[in-house]
Design a protein around this ligand. Structure first.
Ligand code: FES
Ligand SMILES: [Fe+2]
Length: 325
C-alpha cells in the first residue's frame, strides 16, 4: 500500500546507502512505493519500478549504455524516463510518446541515496561535519523497526531514557535527573540548549564524566544530536534519518561524525550503535498508540521532554500524517 502523505512525499527520503547502488539496478520500497535506482555516467536516478508495457519490475533488468533496460521485452529507458528503444518495433515506426517510465527526484548526499516522490523537494538540510576537516564520518544502518517513523525519531530526541534503557553505556543510575533546557527556533532550524548527561565512558577513555547534548530537528524524519566534552572539545554527532518502508515499518540510517580518535574501526562503531539501537527497539516497537499524539494533552510530558514536544509541534505544522494522530 502506498503511503499517502503529501508532506512526506515532498521530502527527501533516504532510500539506501550510496554503496548499495553499483552497476545493477536496485529495487527499494519507499513509503510503500516500489522504486528502482540505477546509476549511469550522469549519476543516480530513480523511477517507479514499473514498465508501462506489461508491468515488469525494471529493477530486474540491467543498465546498458546508460539506459535502464526492461528485463521482459528489452525496452530501454533513458534517465529522463523516456523510452528510446523498443526492439519489437520495426525501425520505421516511431516510439509512442506514452512509452515512459515515471521518474522521481533522486540525489546522493552524505553517503546515502535520497528520493523525492513528488518532485517538490525542499532544500537539502546541511550536515557541516560531513565535509569539515578533522571529522571522520561513519555510515550506519539500515536497521528495520516495526514502528512508525515519528516514534523512532522521537526516541532519538529523548534524553530522559539514556540512563534507563542505555544504563551502563549512555547513562548511570546515580545521575538520572535532567536539568532544565529550552528549545530554540530560527532560520537554521530547531535546536535545544546543551543538556548535561553523566556518562560512564563517553569517549572510550574509560573515564566517567559529564558530556553536553544538543538536539536538532532538521526535517520531519531527520534529526541529530551533538555530544560535546567541554574539557577536551571532543565532539561526536549522530544524524538519524528514517525511511518509511510502508504504513507500519521504518528503516533507520545514520551518520556518526567524530572530531577525535575513537580507536575503533567503522565495523566496531557500527556494532556498538547496533547494540544501542537494539536496546531501544523493543521499547519503540511496543509503544501505544503507534501514532505519535500531536495533541500535547494526550500523553504526560515533563520539562525534559521539550525536544519531543517541539518535534510534535513541528510535525503538526508540516501536516505530517504518517504515524501521527
Ligand atoms: S514489460 Fe517492459 S518491455 Fe515489456
Ligand atoms: Fe536510545
Amino acid at each position: 500500500m502506498i503511503v499517502q502523505d503529501t508532506a512526506l512525499r515532498n521530502e527527501w527520503i533516504v532510500a539506501c546507502r550510496s554503496v548499495d547502488v553499483q552497476d545493477r539496478p536496485l529495487q527499494v520500497t519507499v513509503m510503500g512505493e516500489r522504486v528502482v535506482l540505477f546509476r549511469n555516467e550522469e549519476g543516480i536516478h530513480a523511477f517507479k519500478d514499473l514498465c508501462i508495457h506489461r508491468g515488469a519490475a525494471l529493477s530486474l533488468g540491467c543498465v546498458r549504455d546508460g539506459k535502464l533496460v526492461c528485463p521482459y521485452h528489452g525496452w530501454e529507458y533513458e534517465a529522463s524516463g523516456a523510452c528510446v528503444k523498443i526492439p519489437q518495433l520495426p525501425s520505421h515506426q516511431a516510439i509512442p510518446g506514452k512509452a515512459r517510465a515515471i521518474p522521481f527526484g533522486c540525489t546522493e548526499r552524505y553517503g546515502f541515496v535520497w528520493v523525492n516522490l513528488n518532485s517538490n523537494a525542499p532544500d537539502f538540510f546541511s550536515l557541516p561535519e560531513f565535509d569539515a576537516p578533522g571529522y571522520r564520518n561513519v555510515i550506519w544502518g539500515p536497521q528495520t523497526v516495526n514502528a512508525k517513523p515519528p516514534r523512532v525519531v522521537e526516541n532519538f530526541l529523548d534524553v530522559g531514557h539514556l540512563a534507563v534503557v542505555h544504563v551502563g553505556y549512555l547513562g548511570v543510575e546515580t545521575h538520572m535527573a535532567i536539568g532544565d533546557y529550552h528549545v530554540h527556533r530560527d532560520e537554521n532550524g530547531i535546536r535545544t540548549d546543551e543538556i548535561a548527561v553523566f556518562q560512564p565512558d563517553p569517549d572510550g577513555t574509560g573515564q566517567a564524566k559529564h558530556v553536553y547534548y544538543t538536539y536538532e530537528i532538521l526535517r520531519p524524519l531527520t534529526v541529530k544530536f551533538t555530544k560535546r566534552d567541554r574539557e577536551t572539545n571532543n565532539e561526536m554527532s549522530i544524524l538519524l534519518t528514517v525511511m518509511p518502508l510502508d504504513e507500519n515499518q521504518s528503516v533507520a540510517y545514520g551518520v556518526l561524525s567524530f572530531n577525535y580518535e575513537t580507536n575503533m574501526t567503522d565495523e566496531e562503531i557500527n556494532s556498538f550503535q547496533d547494540m544501542i539501537f537494539a536496546q531501544d527497539k523493543p521499547i519503540v516497537e511496543n509503544q501505544k498508540p503507534e501514532d505519535l499524539p500531536l495533541d500535547l494533552q494526550v500523553e504526560l510530558s515533563l520539562k525534559c521532554d521539550r525536544a519531543s514536544i517541539a518535534y510534535r509541534q513541528y510535525l503538526n505544522e508540516l501536516g505530517v500524517k504518517l504515524g501521527t494522530a
